[in-house]
Design a protein around this ligand. Structure first.
Ligand code: PLP
Ligand code: COI
Length: 365
């Protein structure tokens, strides 16, 4: 049963917050993950005290002992979600309860103390409340929230830690890809895989990303924007990108996306788009899709569009795909019609300019 601890957050205001004019300059072009708000949320856990000391503090460095467990064995997980400015000046969160659940599931996979959903949600609400003036008002702008937790016990034995530090930082965000690229080029990694059956692919743990960096570097060296990983058993089926799920739009209007099965991250954007598409009568098949099929369908025209989807990337059209010894284009290489439509519809729900029939949006008081 889930722990139902509720804690009050103690608030310490930043003594020197960023000035209004400096903040306005940053918010005009925030990029992704480069600048941070004035505060952060912190909650501690220890096996003897449970969850305690919930605080909103001035954002700043933390001290860690060199023997802190996370620095050695990488017991760490994180989440990513966004707060949006509503047309009437209010603020919304999108499916934050799903991030809370995934965070708990990631913790369980990494043998960490699961944070109760109510604490996760309250930490987000409290931080967004104090730093909401950091939500950029530019087109496509949002406040990206990064909850994370790590083994803070000072101990070198290889075992689950008995102390954890949970934190949330916030970062104003524009487009994830440089220059808000109209479409991206993918590199198919044949040599490196991301996750094997029984591994940690479905958990949002830092280790997955550490292991992906060499493949992502290979993609950049090949002139591509993102790496696409194949399954670790047959090295044949598309799994997901370094930091996004992937969807394919066929010439009959249906959508194909790789199935969840423990090796890919169960994306909340992925799930939302499946629900949105199916509610409009669009057929969505969660089935395996091989690179051979991908090439053939792109060349025959059976594949009309493909896009990456995730919180940071939103929906990003895939224009070209490159692998060792081949390259192919999807559609005309630019954004596809259904991709653009779904992006608009999802954005409308998140930003409060369209109705929210699935009850996904929480309006912060
Ligand atoms: N896959 C990976 C590896 C990711 O890092 C992300 C981003 O969070 C996603 C998929 C998409 O997940 P979500 O839509 O929940 O952001
Ligand atoms: C997110 O979309 O929230 C992620 O964590 C992906 C990462 C590439 C920034």
């Amino acid at each position: 049963m889930q722990d139902t601890t509720i804690l009050d957050f103690e608030f310490e205001a930043h003594p020197n917050p960023v000035s209004d004019s400096d903040r306005a300059a940053v918010l005009a072009n925030p990029g992704f993950g480069k600048v941070f708000t004035d505060h952060m949320a912190v909650i501690k856990y220890s096996a003897d005290k449970g969850w305690h000391d919930a605080k909103i503090l001035p954002r700043g460095p933390i001290q860690v002992d060199p023997a802190t467990a996370v620095l050695h064995y990488a017991q760490e997980i994180f989440e990513g979600l966004k707060a949006y400015r509503l047309p009437d000046g209010g603020v919304s969160l999108f499916r934050a309860d799903e991030n809370a659940r995934r965070f708990r599931e990631s913790a369980e996979r990494m043998a960490m103390a699961p944070l109760p959903d109510a604490l996760f949600l309250n930490s987000i609400r409290e931080l967004v409340r104090v730093d909401q003036k950091w939500i950029p008002e530019i087109e496509g702008g949002s406040l990206y929230l990064r909850p994370f937790m790590f083994a803070s016990e000072v101990f070198l034995g290889v075992k689950p830690a008995s102390e954890y530090l949970y934190m949330v930082i916030a970062s104003p965000a524009g487009a994830y890809f440089k220059g808000g690229a109209p479409s991206v080029t993918l590199w198919v990694s044949e040599h490196y895989t991301r996750a094997a059956p029984g591994g940690t692919g479905a958990a949002k743990c830092g280790g997955n990303y550490a292991a992906s960096l060499v493949a992502q570097k290979e993609a950049i060296d090949q002139g591509c924007d993102q790496v696409v990983f194949l399954d670790a058993v047959e090295n044949r089926f598309v799994e997901e990108l370094g930091g996004m799920n992937v969807m394919f739009v066929m010439d009959d209007g249906s959508i194909v996306t790789p199935p969840l099965g423990g090796t890919i991250l169960p994306g909340i954007t992925r799930d939302s788009l499946i629900t949105l598409a199916r509610s409009q009568g669009i057929e969505v098949r969660e089935e395996r899709y091989s690179t051979d099929q991908w090439k053939a369908d792109a060349q025959s025209g059976k594949l009309r569009e493909a896009f990456a989807c995730g919180t940071a990337a939103v929906l990003t059209p895939i224009g070209k795909v490159r692998g060792r010894g081949y390259e192919f284009m999807i559609g005309n290489g630019g954004p596809g019609i259904l991709t653009e439509r779904l992006r608009g519809e999802l954005g409308g729900i998140q930003r409060g300019t369209a109705p929210d029939p699935h009850g996904w949006v929480e309006r912060l008081p």
